[in-house]
Design a protein around this ligand. Structure first.
Ligand SMILES: N[C@@H](CCC(=O)N[C@@H](CS)C(=O)NCC(=O)O)C(=O)O
Length: 214
């Protein structure tokens, strides 16, 4: 049976859980990381030497790194749905996954850490403003792309929507200025209609406020 380790309030774990639920997979979820601990045990480090969540085990396969997990689940259980068989369509999905990890989430998570995870009296307002401006530029770019298509790879929901889509709940729920990004907002509304997105990504993050310990 598929097992997924990782706390539900983790941005990266949410991608894995969202993908698994989109595919209607039967899996066992084990809380790990944060207050649940476990990630520094010898057993966990034998699965992921980086001591980070998410981690999945599926038969003899152990996979870590959230985008590798999403790709593995899509390739194994979502051929023709999350995993586009057409190389061009799949490349469009993958380019947005790679862009998200290399560019978008660095900015959005920097805001999240500096504004939500950092206690108010320790916050660096100048740095927050810089990451807010950089994020706005990233989403403006995404907004242009979405002007001509409903989903990131084109006409249907694929794994390509998962990483960037996971940033949206936090981005729209944080107390920051945002640019007008109507196409991103429409995409967000479409994602918000999906039960797997509601269940795994649209989770209030108040319990993480002021918490720098993990
Ligand atoms: N690049 C990795 C990052 C993994 C990562 O940093 N996970 C965080 C949670 S979002 C973690 O394990 N933090 C330690 C903890 O939760 O205790 C991925 O995409 O999976």
């Amino acid at each position: 049976m598929l097992t997924i380790w990782g706390r539900r309030n983790s941005y990266n774990v949410q991608k894995a859980l969202w993908a698994a639920d989109e595919l209607a997979l039967d899996y066992r979820h084990i809380d790990a990381g944060g207050d649940a601990g476990l990630i520094d045990t010898a057993e966990f480090l034998a699965m992921n030497p980086h001591g980070r969540v998410p981690v999945i085990q599926d038969g003899e396969n152990i996979v870590w790194e959230s985008h590798s997990v999403v790709r593995y689940l899509a390739a194994t259980y979502g051929r023709g749905t999350l995993w586009a068989e057409d190389p061009g369509e799949r490349a469009r999905a993958e380019q947005w996954m790679d862009w998200t990890v290399a560019t978008l989430e660095r900015e959005v998570l920097a805001i999240f850490w500096r504004l939500v995870r950092t206690p108010a009296d320790m916050q660096d307002k100048k740095a927050i403003a810089m990451h807010v401006a950089n994020s706005a530029r990233c989403y403006a770019l995404l907004d242009d792309w979405l002007a001509e298509r409903e989903w990131l790879a084109g006409e249907r929901f694929t794994m390509g929507d998962i990483p960037a889509g996971t940033t949206l709940y936090r981005y729209f729920e944080m107390e920051i200025d945002r640019p007008a990004i109507p196409n991103v907002r429409r995409w967000y509304a479409r994602l918000s209609d999906r039960p797997a997105y509601q269940a795994n990504v649209m989770r209030p993050f108040d319990e993480l406020r002021g918490k720098l310990s993990f």
